[in-house]
Design a protein around this ligand. Structure first.
Ligand SMILES: NC(=O)c1ccc[n+]([C@@H]2O[C@H](COP(=O)([O-])OP(=O)(O)OC[C@H]3O[C@@H](n4cnc5c(N)ncnc54)[C@H](O)[C@@H]3O)[C@@H](O)[C@H]2O)c1
Length: 262
């Protein structure tokens, strides 16, 4: 599998790159990965980890909010591997702030990385994905479904991304390109470490879902790799919420009190 994985210097992106490689190896396929991230140094250590396991890996250190970068990423991938089978658009940022408190630059950052970068990557990769009958998987968020104070711009940008995935599925399906999303709930990565590395806060957050767990990057990676792979050949325009069931907690959390108290 020839895949681009953005935001792969850490967290869900790193775990996805590893999972894609492990799945491809199991199928007897080779893995050729273009890892993309702002954090070029960290990217190199993930690349080494994967090369040590036998994957062929190139890296692209760059800022995906720069409109020239997505096209250059695609160009570098095609030059290195001759095509693209999967585009995993996963890079994202959280910046706290309610919609009433943030400034234009906060709004733009959220939409430019969480939403626009996916669109530009897809636009550039389209002919190559069409040739390979390939797949796109974008990382959404449970915040794209439920307003999440104080993540005003983040929630709105992820909701836009989730609709963009459905729109792309319809536009690109006739070319044989599938497009899906995976929307994480609470997952312990660098993005959430300040909260989940504190046992009390982690335990409190875990109680917000029926499994009483905090997700790990590998939980997200499993869903992303599934949607990117051949077993999902008939799935497009879908979103898998990987949230420990948290989306089902609205009534228990509000009107009904503690659902586990009998
Ligand atoms: N961790 C969670 O609880 C959670 C929940 C919902 C959604 N998500 C989403 O999952 C995705 C992965 O996040 P994560 O949790 O692994 O966090 P993370 O911070 O470990 O990974 C995000 C990566 O994206 C990179 N990145 C950020 N801005 C970039 C830019 N402009 N150009 C290139 N790279 C950039 C970062 O350097 C980082 O390596 C994000 O889209 C995030 O919004 C995470």
């Amino acid at each position: 599998m020839r895949a681009i994985v953005t935001g792969s210097a850490a967290g869900i992106g790193r775990a996805t790159a590893l999972k894609l490689h492990h799945d491809a190896r199991q199928r007897g396929d080779k893995t050729q990965l273009m890892l993309v991230d702002l954090q070029a140094d960290k990217l190199e250590s993930v690349a080494k980890e994967l090369r040590d396991e036998g994957a062929e890996v190139e890296t692209f250190g760059g800022d995906l909010t720069d409109v020239s970068v997505p096209g250059r990423v695609v160009e570098a991938t095609v030059k290195a591997f001759g095509g693209i089978d999967a585009l995993i658009s996963n890079a994202g940022v959280i910046k706290n702030g309610s919609l009433m408190d943030i400034e234009v630059e906060d709004y733009e950052l959220a939409f430019n990385i969480n939403t626009r970068a996916t669109w530009l990557l897809v636009k550039a990769a389209r002919p190559h994905l069409a040739e390979a009958k390939g797949a796109i998987v974008a990382t959404g968020s449970i915040s794209g479904f439920h307003p999440t104070p104080p993540l005003g711009a983040y929630s709105a940008s992820k909701a836009a991304l989730i609709m963009m995935v459905r729109q792309l599925a319809v536009e690109l399906g006739p070319e044989g390109i599938r497009c899906n999303a995976v929307s994480p709930g609470s997952t312990h990565t660098a993005m959430t470490d300040a909260r989940y590395s504190q046992p009390e806060l982690a335990a409190e957050a875990a109680k917000k879902n029926p499994l009483h767990m905090i997700g790990q990057p590998e939980h997200q990676a499993a869903a992303i790799a599934f949607l990117a792979g051949p077993e999902a050949a008939y799935i497009t325009g879908e979103n898998i919420l990987v949230d420990g069931g948290m989306q089902n907690m609205l009534m228990p959390a509000s009107a009904m009190g503690d659902p586990w108290k009998r």
